[in-house]
Design a protein around this ligand. Structure first.
Ligand code: THU
Length: 160
């Protein structure tokens, strides 16, 4: 038996104001998208903004459903739209922001497991990493250089 240690280097910014200008602008668009969330059940609003290699920004927010599992997270709403509208165009960066109508969200909110898997699929497809920035409604912002830092031991098409 031998042990494997898994580690990742993440960057933590004290606030969105510390981010590079282009990422700050992307985060602002994620925050705007967050306010368009349809989340009457959880009251948890999430927005995501993608920066594509062609300079386009695609945004998405979580869309809930009375049949709970039929809803979709903000990240996948945006990623699938980008894939549908601009097939073959790489996603360079994702910014994510979340807030709740019930409590303050000051801890950076990372993408859920299913969204990590979806982001991983696009990294594999485009053969380039995607920078991921996530925050709550205010406060610290965490940056990961690639989904592999948030989802180690990725299951991808090489196993099929
Ligand atoms: N949600 C997202 O939009 N993204 C995530 O990565 C985590 C969760 C949404 C799904 C649901 O509408 C609400 O947040 C509560 O889970």
């Amino acid at each position: 038996m031998k042990k494997i240690t898994i580690s990742a280097d993440l960057e933590v910014y004290d606030s969105e104001n510390e981010l590079p200008q282009d990422v700050q602008s992307l985060m602002t668009q994620a925050i705007e998208a967050r306010e368009k969330s349809y989340s009457p059940y959880s009251k948890f609003k999430v927005g995501a903004a993608l920066f594509l290699e062609n300079g386009e920004v695609i945004t998405g927010s979580n869309q809930e459903n009375a049949s709970y599992p039929a809803g979709l997270c903000a990240e996948r709403t945006a990623i699938f739209y980008a894939g549908a509208k601009y097939p073959g165009i790489k996603i360079e960066k994702i910014a994510i922001s979340a807030r709740s109508e019930n409590h303050h969200v000051e801890i950076p909110t990372p993408p859920c497991g299913s969204c990590r898997q979806a982001i991983a699929e696009y990294e594999v497809k485009q053969e380039e990493p995607i920078e991921i920035y996530f925050m709550g409604e205010k406060g610290k912002v965490v940056k990961a250089n690639s989904i592999s830092d948030l989802l180690p031991l990725i299951f991808d098409n090489s196993y099929l």
